[in-house]
Design a protein around this ligand. Structure first.
Ligand code: UDX
Length: 462
């Protein structure tokens, strides 16, 4: 029942369950959101799969409940097929339903369970909750622009933007500026286009059936996109909360969300480098490059003359288990660069020695870079990374897209453009301006903090 205005503090407490999609780029923002809710007095239970399970010891403030999942071995662990397989397995097994049912039954001493937060792709979890009368709130781990884009595929097909052809790749999508056809994830280009289409529909389905949408962005970054989303969802009475950048939302919550071990020796190395001199290079947790691209990246960095810190994640090169740097690489670099398997990325981006970020434009990486005012070289590879890179270059003008076939000479020129030339100076300046805005929205009266306050009120009213 809804607490009355005169109700005591104990009555204002509630419990929430959060269920992230089990990938790094989705687990982190969900746990960070949970941290901010916990900091405002809510109890948090994390529902998780055995696959990519978070380590409870790193999050002592939360309770954890594992949901058994048995994904067929032939489903690729990083592919989008895994999301559909997860939903199918969860729906068939009833495990999420059982877990939620026992959480709802738990002893009456604990605050009441108000809602389930799900990743926007977890339709099966939403159905399980609905069956038990438990409302869901949906976390969108991508940008507001991407949220709109994924809801616009029927329009894109009706208006002939898709399927993309050789001749329309540069066509601006006037309904969704600044996007062009080449920035779209085109399901018809996938080996199995039905899977692509289904994936696109998941977020729309979960949002439509939810009691609210939470987006990892902030008002000053995507005001127009948020306004359009509120307009579109408003008629269905679904509120939208812009609470990002989530990794900095709560100053009291310091849970470590990285699934891999961070190599902290790079911070000592950065300490020895001049301010703004180092290019940080990382392509996130899931994308792959080909062996040829890897060679061009390696030689582009070796020859660029700039200090660099390169995250060469295990498995980055498609089909290669153990990565070997090319012969002669180290002598060409002469100690000017460092190569590691996994970085404490947020700390790296915040380090005064870092002056640029060559990124695949995953949304978390983009927001982390925005928050630290680091200009970007964007090399988006799939999905939401493509629109993210377009916004970085054309809307926020805080970086450049690195387009076309990767080649060492062009990599070197792009690095010089970003870090040295006058065009790059303007980009660097704007990145600093945006950093200020990102920091303002996180202050106690900032837009993202006020959105979380409203979100907590909303949770308590459910
Ligand atoms: C995926 C998708 O690719 C991305 O487009 C989507 O927005 C979220 O899901 P991922 O590719 O891993 O995510 O990229 P990103 O969203 O940038 O997340 C990577 C996370 O890993 C970031 O939070 C980053 O700080 C962290 N990271 C990366 C490290 O901690 N260390 C590293 O060395 C590299």
């Amino acid at each position: 029942s809804r607490p009355g205005r005169m109700a005591g503090i104990a009555d204002r407490r509630a419990r929430v369950v959060v269920f992230p999609l089990p990938f790094q780029g989705h687990i982190s923002p969900m746990l960070q959101l949970a941290g901010a809710l916990h900091a405002r007095g809510l109890d948090v239970t994390v529902l998780h799969t055995a696959f990519n399970a978070p380590d409870p010891a790193r999050h002592p403030a939360f309770s954890f409940v594992a949901v058994p999942d048995v994904i067929p071995a032939n489903v690729p662990s990083n592919g989008i097929a895994k999301i559909l397989a997860l939903n199918a397995v969860m729906e068939a097994s009833g495990h999420v339903r059982d877990a939620l049912a026992s959480l709802l039954e738990e002893d009456e001493e604990r605050p009441r369970l108000a809602c389930l937060f799900i990743d926007s792709t977890l339709t099966a979890a939403q159905k399980a909750a609905a069956g038990l009368g438990l409302p869901t709130l949906v976390l969108h781990t991508g940008s507001a622009a991407c949220f709109r884009l994924f809801r616009s595929y029927d329009m894109l097909q009706d208006k002939g933007y898709l399927p993309a052809t050789e001749s329309n790749l540069h066509l601006p999508i006037k309904e969704l500026p600044p996007l062009q056809v080449r920035d779209l994830f085109d399901p018809s280009k996938l080996p199995n286009k039905e899977i692509g289409q289904k994936i696109l529909n998941l977020a729309t389905e979960t949002t439509t059936n939810s009691s609210g949408a939470i987006i990892n962005t902030f008002e000053d970054l995507e005001s127009h996109e948020l306004e359009m989303i509120r307009f579109e969802l408003g008629s269905n009475g679904i509120p939208a909360f812009a609470v990002g950048p989530l990794h900095k939302l709560s100053s009291t919550y310091s849970g470590e969300t990285s699934l891999l071990n961070e190599d902290r020796t790079c911070i000592e190395w950065l300490n020895t480098q001049a301010p703004y001199s180092v290019l940080y290079v990382s392509f996130g947790s899931v994308v792959h490059v080909t062996q040829e691209e890897f060679m061009e990246i390696a030689w582009g960095l070796a020859n660029c003359g700039k200090p660099f810190l390169w995250v060469l994640r295990l498995g980055l090169i498609a089909g290669v288990e153990k990565t070997e740097l090319p012969e002669g690489f180290e002598s060409a670099v002469q100690g000017r660069g460092m190569v590691i398997e996994w970085a404490p990325q947020q700390e790296v981006l915040a380090h005064s020695a870092v002056g640029g970020f060559w990124t695949h434009s995953g949304w978390n990486s983009t927001l982390e870079s925005v928050h630290e005012g680091v200009p970007m070289l964007s090399r988006p590879l799939f999905g939401d990374q493509l629109p993210n890179g377009r916004y970085v270059q054309d809307t926020w003008k805080i970086g450049f897209l690195l387009e076309g076939v990767l080649e060492r000479g062009m990599i070197g020129r792009a690095i010089t453009r970003l870090t040295e030339e006058s065009e790059g100076a303007m980009v660097r300046e704007r990145a600093k301006d945006l950093k200020e805005k990102a920091q303002l929205c996180l202050k106690s009266n900032g837009s993202s903090q006020m959105a979380v306050d409203k979100l907590v009120d909303h949770i308590l009213s459910l």
